[in-house]
Write a protein that binds this ligand. Structure first.
Ligand code: PSV
Ligand code: MN
Length: 389
């Protein structure tokens, strides 16, 4: 890599922040069971401590997404949780309401034919918005498990209207700095129809909801071979891309480590974002978040690995020669245009990453440095003893 390239990557990395997810640090499982880890976080302070480690070693994860029901005890002052986060050098990021686990939501939340269930869901989302205000979080991230399992079961249009109604009511409660992100997912837990099944539905609802609503792209929530970077490019062009939930997948929403299956996919997504920034002369503000549950990998290591992968792919995307690419695209020079992407993708960006970490007074290899710190063994011992009490 030459000096110009090193500088380009360093500048790009300065802008790159990625949010960890509290639920990634605790034991989680599949529908068929759980395998426990001694070092897994037991409670929210543990999760925040672990997230603090990820930020300490990578230098680019200052915020942690939380799930309201999983991270806040009823009646607890959310500011107390924010204080714990601050103690560990991080702050609270996206607030994720949970309108999918209560029995009231058997037939949906915002789309439920029962007005009492809709009311309960709306109140929970409004309460979550208030938590967001209390902890100075800027994002409320909405995912709905709403859908139906059998043809004929649901009035699809009516449910859409209920969604529009509830989302608007929630939107009215947002503070001046808060943004509402609406996530889509084609299936699961409903397998016939999902109320917000793809980016188009999410886009329509966001548009109708209000100016503070944008689309959230979870990379695991797409059908096989779907062109996610095209969705990203369109959303960017429409100023409707709010953020990402990053993970990788092989079959469905598998929650695998980012880039473990298809790093070129993530590179192409980053490329569309950076190319958009180049053409519009302004980098869009996008919330990069991780939504992974590491069932059998050591959780903090898996998170550090994810973040390092994200930085590496972002750095590679920053190497794309946009000026040249633009010319080649207008001339339909497809081989050379593709080579521009391939060349950037296959460049070893390790020297630039090491240089950037040096500049930030971080270890050259955060994963190795974390291992050498002995943190995992320490908390494994302490948490094991706490579980046995
Ligand atoms: C649903 O699969 C989802 O992607 C939503 O973002 C949830 O909040 C998250 O996973 C829970 O792990
Ligand atoms: Mn998600």
């Amino acid at each position: 890599m030459n000096d110009k390239q090193l500088q380009k990557v360093s500048k790009a990395l300065d802008t790159f922040k990625i949010e960890t997810a509290s639920w990634a640090f605790a034991d989680s499982g599949t529908r068929f069971g759980q395998f426990y880890q001694d070092a897994a976080a037991i409670d929210t302070p543990d999760k925040l401590a672990d997230a603090g480690q990820v930020h300490q070693f990578t230098g680019c994860c200052p915020t942690v997404a939380v799930h309201v029901l999983w991270d806040f005890n009823k009646g607890e002052d959310p500011k107390a949780i924010a204080k714990v986060a601050a103690k560990h050098g991080v702050s609270i990021g996206a607030i994720n309401p949970n309108v999918f686990q209560d029995q009231a939501y058997k037939y949906g939340s915002f789309g439920n034919p029962d007005p009492a269930s809709r009311k309960q869901a709306l109140q929970h989302v409004i309460d979550s918005i208030e938590i967001g205000k209390a902890v100075k979080s800027q994002i409320v991230s909405l995912w709905f498990a709403d859908g139906s399992n059998y043809p004929g079961q649901a009035n699809i249009r009516q449910r859409k209207k209920w969604f529009e109604e509830c989302l608007k009511k929630a939107h009215e409660k947002l503070g001046p700095k808060q943004l509402m992100l609406i996530e889509y997912k084609p299936f699961e837990p409903a397998f016939y129809h999902t109320d917000i099944g793809d980016w188009g539905m999410s886009y329509v609802l966001s548009k109708k909801t209000g100016p503070k609503a944008k689309v959230l792209v979870d990379t695991g929530h797409h059908f096989q071979s779907q062109n996610i970077e095209q969705i990203v490019a369109w959303l960017l062009d429409e100023d409707m891309l709010g953020g990402f939930h990053f993970n990788d997948r092989r079959y469905a929403d598998d929650d695998l480590t980012l880039g473990s299956i298809d790093p070129y996919q993530i590179f192409r997504i980053f490329h569309e974002i950076l190319y958009f920034g180049f053409e519009s002369k302004k980098m869009p503000s996008i919330a990069y978040m991780i939504d992974q549950s590491h069932i059998d990998k050591p959780k903090i290591e898996a998170m550090i690995q994810t973040v390092m992968m994200a930085q590496e792919l972002f750095a590679k995307a920053a190497l794309v020669d946009h000026e040249k690419l633009r010319v080649l695209q207008t001339r339909c020079e497809q081989v050379d245009a593709e080579e521009i992407l391939r060349r950037a993708f296959f460049t070893d960006v390790t020297p630039a990453l090491v240089e950037w970490r040096k500049k930030k007074k971080l270890a050259a290899n955060p994963l190795l440095a974390f291992r050498e710190s002995g943190y995992e063994a320490r908390v494994a011992k302490e948490r094991k003893a706490r579980r046995q009490k």
